[in-house]
Design a protein around this ligand. Structure first.
Ligand SMILES: Cc1cc2nc3c(=O)[nH]c(=O)nc-3n(C[C@H](O)[C@H](O)[C@H](O)COP(=O)(O)OP(=O)(O)OC[C@H]3O[C@@H](n4cnc5c(N)ncnc54)[C@H](O)[C@@H]3O)c2cc1C
Ligand code: SF4
Length: 338
């Protein structure tokens, strides 16, 4: 067991002050990921700054008709919040596809964004891993890589981001609100997480002296036509092999607006606006969905054990968009489209 100090932040400014003062400190919210990593000796903070009591637990409507979700809103509360179930059911569905009820009760919105990869080698301190120890090598590229990335990977790291919630947030075009020592800023969700490149140790564009305070959703929630489809080895308590957040706005059978993001395939939730653009103005049918999947997966590359994900992702995209178009997000309705 490593020795560490524990301090409780009194407000957001105090949390920022404390994290900015000590580069070896870590913020702790629900602790469901960080404590595991400390037990495995992957994270070794000198100091834990407990932010779990800060007043960031509200879900509020914004002036623009959207939603502002405090960084400490527990995943369970968010999934079952009436504004989410009515207006952003894809988000609730994605959250409920992850972890277990007990974990979701503890896990926070901010912590979910910042949870680290589930690459087996990242957790195994006896093996080289560029994310854990920059420059040591990547054990997964020539090792067991069944769970790993097929899009946006690099020679340094082929890990995936494990979150379900973040895939829905990417598709919903969320923004992340951040407070640092000098200023507050907001980042588009697609710019929050990073691709590995040659600095896989950095998962996000959050600076080490900043704290996430909220996630904001725009007004459009795609409540009528959405699906979050998660394909995994077990029906519960397993991370995604591939997941798809699909949302459509339809006029009759014609697609007016489309959103498409994938989980379990890249170092970040993979949203492809080019694939979305090809859907707009088209009839909602499987041939059109298949073309969008071809486009989204155009640069996909498999490794020894995960090449199956390319075909799996293609089929999952077509199925998710088909369910979204039918307005049957979780069911196998026999109602035909097109
Ligand atoms: C067995 C198991 C199964 C799981 N299955 C799934 C799954 O299927 N799908 C899924 O999506 N997730 C899954 N999870 C992950 C779970 O969702 C995350 O552990 C959880 O969301 C993390 O939130 P937390 O508040 O506990 O974060 P913590 O563990 O407290 O923190 C995680 C990281 O976030 C940082 N942090 C926390 N809050 C902030 C903030 N406001 N600003 C800046 N940094 C912050 C911390 O410093 C730390 O680095 C699983 C977890 C476990 C243990
Ligand atoms: S894929 Fe990334 S996290 Fe996994 S061993 Fe390679 S460098 Fe480490």
């Amino acid at each position: 067991m490593i020795n560490f100090q524990y301090a409780r932040a009194t407000d957001v400014a105090d949390a920022v002050r404390q994290i900015a003062a000590d580069p070896t400190a870590k913020l702790i919210a629900g602790g469901t990921n960080l404590i595991d990593l400390m037990k495995e000796d992957v994270e070794r903070p000198s100091r834990l700054i407990d932010i779990s009591r800060l007043p960031l637990k509200t879900v509020e409507e914004t002036a623009g008709g959207g939603l502002r979700i405090g960084a400490l809103v527990p995943n369970s509360d968010l999934a079952y919040h009436p504004l989410v179930t009515q207006r952003y059911p894809m988000l609730g569905s994605a959250i409920l596809a992850g972890a277990s009820q007990q974990l979701r009760n503890m896990a926070s919105t901010g912590g979910n964004l910042l949870q680290r990869t589930r690459c087996y080698y990242f957790y195994d301190t006896a093996t080289p891993c560029n994310k854990r120890e920059p420059g040591s090598g990547c054990s997964a590229i020539k090792g067991l890589n069944r769970m790993h990335a097929i899009l946006g990977a690099s020679e340094a790291c082929i890990a995936t981001h494990p979150s379900d919630m973040c895939v829905a947030l990417a598709a919903l075009d969320a923004k992340v609100h951040i407070v640092g020592p000098e200023r507050e800023r907001a980042i588009a969700f697609s710019d929050f997480h990073r691709l590995p490149g040659d600095t896989p140790q950095r998962d996000t564009n959050l600076r080490s002296n900043e704290i996430v305070t909220a996630v904001e959703l725009p007004a459009q929630g795609f409540a009528a036509h959405y699906t979050y489809l998660k394909i995994r080895d077990r029906l519960s308590y397993a991370f995604a092999l591939v997941s798809v957040a699909a949302a459509l706005e339809l006029e009759g059978d014609t697609i007016k607006e489309a959103r498409l993001a994938l989980g379990g395939v890249a170092h970040k939730p993979w949203r492809d606006t080019t694939a979305e653009a090809t859907l707009r103005g088209q009839a909602a049918n499987p041939a059109v969905f298949s073309r969008a999947a071809d486009l989204l997966l155009r640069d996909a590359r498999g490794y020894a054990h995960n090449a199956f994900k390319i075909d799996l992702a293609h089929r999952a995209i077509v199925r998710a968009l088909t369910q979204a178009a039918r307005g049957t997000p979780q069911s196998q309705s026999s109602k035909k489209i097109a």
